[in-house]
Design a protein around this ligand. Structure first.
Ligand SMILES: *Cc1c(COP(=O)(O)O)cnc(C)c1O
Length: 374
């Protein structure tokens, strides 16, 4: 099945009992057993729920994995995956991963004895150099957030395999429609499904996909033991959003490319970060089908930034991304505020850096809205 068909018919396609073309919402906590220990595959909804399971099968199909798992947020998915590691293990972490990922590793998992080194993953040599005897995994994002730096998943996977490390890729920015890390050698793919997968800014959810039975058993154990599951209603809402992923992504990509080209010509913009504009993009065409709906740009000064923000009528100033509506944010003050200021400046997340999640509106309306001098 090709992707556009898989996204509609993948996972569990409707309901066999009634013919319903959508999966029912099984709003139940528990299941009747025919005799002690004799049940129909479901015992308790933390352990398994048919609506959640349909979603988990769908994301696994879309990423080409062995099994999928749904959690109450992207951070719950990330944290549950990090619980695969133990006291004394070391992880190599991309240096501009999502702020919350950095925070949970730096502030929570480090207290539990999990060590990490931040590395610029755009050059795989940096990763090789950071490997220690206790290194167990590489955690990366590409494009990175918010600077849209590209990293070579296949090359990093080669390093991971040579050193028997797990490669974990947060694929939130691309979605499986544009990039499938497992085909390039990743072991675990993570999503904040709150973003492009849901696509409508109406649910907070996280998904993880693993590529082996062993990892599936371990992660299901953690999902059930720790309990950070996604409820059946949210599972259903998320699945509904996912069914239109390719339609939305095509428009996001088309709009973002046009806007990034327009921004590059503005005198009040110092720099535009969009993978589709990057000179290195030729090297990455085999790993990403298109360049996504996220872009960042650096405004010349704080005054212009203030004008830009106060003039907005269509674009919403808000955290988050990936919805049908355009959202704008200032990472240094919002999503990335938990990263120390020296570190932020060192990696380029300045106070005048703006991140735009380009929506699916008419592109000219978005462009008109972005003019600080109108
Ligand atoms: C939003 C986001 C997360 C966290 O997901 P939540 O659903 O907000 O918990 C993780 N990674 C990336 C790249 C994100 O954008």
């Amino acid at each position: 099945m090709e992707f556009n068909t898989l996204v509609i018919h993948g996972g569990i396609d409707g309901d066999k009992n009634t013919g319903s073309v959508t999966v029912p919402i099984y709003q139940t906590s528990t299941y009747r057993q025919d005799a002690v220990g004799k049940h129909k595959g479901y015992e308790y909804s933390r352990t398994g729920n048919p609506t959640r399971e349909a979603l988990e099968k769908l994301i696994s199909d879309l990423e080409g994995g062995y099994a999928g798992f749904a959690f109450g947020s992207g951070m719950a998915a990330t944290s549950s995956v990090l619980m695969l590691f133990k006291n004394g293990d070391h992880i190599i972490l991309g240096d501009d991963v999502y702020g919350g990922t950095y925070r949970v590793i730096d502030k929570v998992f480090s207290q539990l004895g999990i060590q990490y080194t931040s590395v610029d993953t755009t050059n795989p040599i940096n990763i090789e150099k950071a490997i220690q005897s206790n290194t167990k995994a590489i955690f990366m994002e590409t494009p990175s957030n918010p600077l849209m730096k590209l990293s070579d998943i296949a090359a990093i996977s080669d390093i991971a395999k040579a050193h028997k490390l797990l490669l974990i890729v947060d694929n939130t920015f691309m979605s499986p429609y544009l990039q499938r890390p497992m085909e390039l050698g990743a072991d675990i793919v993570l999503h904040s499904a709150t973003k492009y997968l849901s696509g409508h800014s109406d649910v907070v959810a996280g998904l993880a996909v693993v590529n082996s039975k062993e990892l599936a058993n371990s992660l299901h154990f953690i999902q059930n033991a720790v309990g950070a599951i996604l409820g059946p209603q949210d599972s259903w809402v998320l699945m509904k959003g996912m069914r239109t992923l390719p339609l939305r992504m095509d428009r996001h990509c088309e709009n973002a490319l046009k806007i990034s080209k327009w921004l590059s010509k503005q005198t009040w913009v110092n720099k535009v970060y969009y993978p589709g504009l990057s000179s290195e993009v030729e090297n990455y065409k085999s790993q990403m089908k298109n360049f996504g709906g996220m872009l960042s740009f650096e405004v010349s000064d704080e005054n212009t930034l203030a004008k830009l923000m106060s003039n907005l009528k269509i674009i919403t100033l808000a955290e988050s991304l990936g919805g049908i509506e355009s959202l704008i944010s200032v990472p240094a003050k919002m999503t990335h505020a938990s990263i120390p200021v020296e570190k932020r400046n060192a990696i380029g997340i300045t106070d005048t850096l703006v991140r735009l999640s380009v929506g699916v509106e008419d592109v000219q309306d978005i462009i008109n809205d972005l003019n600080p001098f109108k």
